[in-house]
Design a protein around this ligand. Structure first.
Ligand SMILES: Nc1nc2c(c(=O)[nH]1)N[C@H]1C(S)=C(S)[C@@H](COP(=O)(O)O)O[C@H]1N2
Ligand SMILES: [Mo]
Length: 469
């Protein structure tokens, strides 16, 4: 209560300024943490730090909402103060739209576990889109309002005013007849640089009405005034720099933004077909799809996979690829690619949810149900957990035997009728549709039955052990 009164005691302008400064810092922190979080390629390097960074991003984001709430009661007065200034009004509207949009989508992403998964996808899209617009805008705003450019503008205004004075002086030096009109020009020119152009015709008119020759000194001042007006180009240095900054940002960010936009709004399943075209894996022969898989009974995946990896993307060849089923089992097995393709496969349609908020719906998967593999291996009584090894030699995860017994847990070989692309975990990946996708180990090459619980890669770094969607 006391601090609230203290806040309200300050002048309107002071409060506005303070909010602006705080907001600038907070936006900076959010931008930096957000950008780091969004780079898929460094997820692994960040490890535990990534989970912490996400918490920081969320908490600072909440603080920014408090700032918006503080600004809320001030918005009407602020708007009134901008009367007539179209640019500033546009600027304010854009900033409010960005902040409110980012806050709402951020809140949804924060609470995504308690909300319908379709909300998360929309929120993620909005959050990304506004970031793509917002960050370049903030950079442009900081440049165009920087002290350097402000000083430059002031200098230009001062120079313009000086030129106007000189030209007014010249005009009044012309003749007594034009003295009155020159006086008014001088006043106008002092007030605004735009009026300077008006002074040139004014002095020209003065010359026309005065055919007698003038003294040389007067002529000189007059000539200098004309030159000064000519020097005052409509494109000032400050506005040129602003334009250049804007263009550079556009060129720098534009193409990446375009690529993101194309990917984000292309719901054709993130181009599984496109990804398999540029595939680095050489697995021969390719798997033959079952009829349901070839017909893509799910109708084709809805949404986009984001390619995640904690290592560089590994490449596999059927020459040396192997798959092991081992540990506490009566019949351990090692399969070559050809042997692996002989295992009986089934087709299922399921959704895929990442814990960071995105989902892909109705993927048609073809593969071997994990249950079948475990039956084949004949699991010992002591076995309690199933551990999964990725061929990247780093990523692992585990399920309890009970979880591993779910019908839809699958060792998948094809998606939407095509071999799983290398980037999406091909040739073989695990899918656990009822759990967040960090359980869905990509480039799966080993399954081991163990007695003690194993903590997976992301669980070790702070992800919830309970991965149920
Ligand atoms: N080997 C490996 N498997 C992995 C991951 C990984 O980084 N490495 N990331 C997991 C996470 S968090 C998700 S959301 C999905 C992402 O699958 P995708 O890259 O095919 O979209 O893979 C999961 N399996
Ligand atoms: Mo994930």
């Amino acid at each position: 209560m006391e601090s609230r009164r203290g806040w309200l005691k300050q002048s309107f302008g002071k409060r506005l300024n303070k909010l602006h400064t705080w907001n600038a810092w907070i936006v900076l922190i959010l931008a930096v943490t957000g950008i780091i979080l969004s780079i898929g390629a460094i997820r692994g390097d960040l490890g535990k730090f990534r989970v912490m960074l996400k918490q920081v991003h969320i908490w600072i984001g909440l603080v920014s909402i408090v700032l918006i709430a503080l600004y809320g009661p001030m918005v009407r007065k602020h708007w009134k103060q901008l009367r007539g200034r179209i640019n500033q009004k546009g600027n304010l509207l854009l900033v409010i739209a960005l902040l409110v949009g980012l806050s709402i989508s951020g809140l949804v992403l924060w609470q995504f576990k308690n909300l319908p998964t379709h909300w998360n996808n929309a929120a993620l899209l909005v959050h990304d889109l506004l970031t793509w617009v917002g960050i370049p805008y903030v950079i442009y705003h900081s440049i165009s309002r920087s002290r350097l450019l402000k000083r430059q503008q002031q200098q230009e205004r001062a120079a313009a005013a000086a030129a106007a004075k000189a030209s007014a002086h010249a005009a009044s030096a012309g003749s007594a007849a034009s003295a009155a009109s020159a006086g008014s020009v001088a006043n106008a020119a002092n007030a605004a640089p735009a009026a300077i152009t008006a002074s040139a015709p004014a002095s020209a008119a003065a010359t026309a009405s005065q055919p007698e020759p003038e003294p040389a000194a007067a002529q000189r001042t007059k000539a200098q005034a004309v030159i000064a007006v000519l020097k005052n180009s409509p494109i000032t240095r400050a506005s040129f720099l602003r334009l250049a900054a804007g263009l550079l940002l556009l060129i720098g960010v534009g193409p990446a933004f375009y690529r993101w936009l194309k990917g984000a709004f292309d719901t054709g399943g993130s181009g599984i077909a496109q990804l398999s075209e540029t595939d680095g894996n050489r697995m021969l022969p390719p798997p033959e799809p079952l009829p349901d898989s070839a017909a893509v009974v799910g109708g084709g995946a809805q949404g986009n996979f984001r390619v995640y990896t904690v290592t560089s993307i590994p490449t596999f060849s059927s020459d040396n690829w192997q798959f092991a089923l081992s540990g506490l089992v009566a019949n351990p097995r090692a399969f070559s690619w050809e042997e692996f393709l002989e295992l009986e496969r089934t087709v299922q349609v399921s959704d895929f949810h990442c814990v960071t908020g995105w989902s892909v719906y109705s993927v048609t998967w073809e593969g071997i149900p994990l249950k079948k593999l475990l039956d084949m291996a004949n699991v010992n009584k002591e076995a309690k957990f199933v551990k999964f090894y990725s061929g990247d030699n780093v990523y692992t995860d585990a399920l309890s035997l009970e979880q591993a017994d779910m019908e839809d847990v699958m060792v998948a070989v094809m998606m939407d009728g095509k071999p799983i692309p290398q980037k999406l975990g091909g040739p073989v990946r695990l899918i656990v549709p009822k759990m967040y996708a960090y359980k869905s180990v990509k480039w799966l090459q080993g399954i081991e039955l163990i007695e003690k619980e194993h903590t997976g890669y992301w669980e070790l770094r702070g992800y919830d052990n309970d991965a149920w969607v």
